[in-house]
Design a protein around this ligand. Sequence first.
Ligand SMILES: Cc1cc2nc3c(=O)[nH]c(=O)nc-3n(C[C@H](O)[C@H](O)[C@H](O)COP(=O)(O)OP(=O)(O)OC[C@H]3O[C@@H](n4cnc5c(N)ncnc54)[C@H](O)[C@@H]3O)c2cc1C
Ligand code: FES
Length: 275
Amino acid sequence: MLDADPFVPQIYRIGRMRRELADTVTLELIPQSGARPAFEPGQFNMLYAFGIGEAAISVSGARDNIAFVHTVRDVGAVSGAIAKLVPGAAVGLRGPFGTSWPVAAAEGCDVVFVAGGLGLAPLRPAIYEVLANRERYRRIVILFGCRDPNEMLYRHELEQWRQHLDIEVEVTVDQARADWHGNVGVVPALIARAGFEPHTTFAFVCGPEVMMRFTASALRAQGIPSERIYLSMERNMKCAIGLCGHCQFGSSFICKDGPVMQLDRIASILAVREV
Ligand SMILES: Cc1cc2nc3c(=O)[nH]c(=O)nc-3n(C[C@H](O)[C@H](O)[C@H](O)COP(=O)(O)OP(=O)(O)OC[C@H]3O[C@@H](n4cnc5c(N)ncnc54)[C@H](O)[C@@H]3O)c2cc1C
Ligand code: FES
């Protein structure tokens, strides 16, 4: 549900925060008044660092959390300012916006989550949702890739999920020291190894665009149809409600037609390196 005026940020206060990686924090944002709006896994908010600007940041927490949970990587002016906020500090928030992972449509099927780096953040609410309703799904596979073991986002949760006998978790790193005993290589390489039943699998994918391009090819090579492969796309955002055209991707606007998009809708433009 959106606020009455989607251009007016609401005031939120930083609650608990956790440092995930050297440049990445997870923040709980608590509304200064009232309850936070409902959201669907995969949606994003526009976070406003006062006096600096806004950035699109996906919701990375569970739907039953009274706060909005966001995981922010410090890459520039806005994300850097937000990542440096302390508990009690104020932040502006508009949203939630955009499309969501089709977790209900995937009921009764196998689900594979494929994440690269920070791409695990927008997938995490969908993972929570599927795990909370484990009996409604068949096979659940989480494939995660990052640059090196120090870049493993949500390391403790990945380890907890791996303890479940009915969840398959595979992690791979691009490069590792001798004390790493896991997979080395790119995340799409895990797909062929995991093997999927093409007619009953939904794939939810988020990561750098080049990773998603190769992941989509690897999933298609398994016979998974494009209409059951979903990707979360990123473009610079301004209005976030389909008015300014900043986030145009082919004929779509990522803020309202995305960020979660079906591969068959975007395959032709995804194949082009820069759109
Ligand atoms: C739908 C959506 C969801 C997102 N979810 C998250 C999230 O959960 N956590 C998170 O940390 N970030 C997320 N991002 C990315 C985030 O919005 C950008 O990193 C942010 O705009 C950077 O703003 P800045 O002012 O800090 O950096 P800037 O000063 O604007 O840029 C710093 C650097 O980041 C690059 N950059 C800027 N915007 C983007 C972008 N959208 N994608 C890739 N590179 C970019 C610039 O080219 C530059 O090199 C998301 C983006 C979108 C569109
Ligand atoms: S951000 Fe303005 S149209 Fe998408």
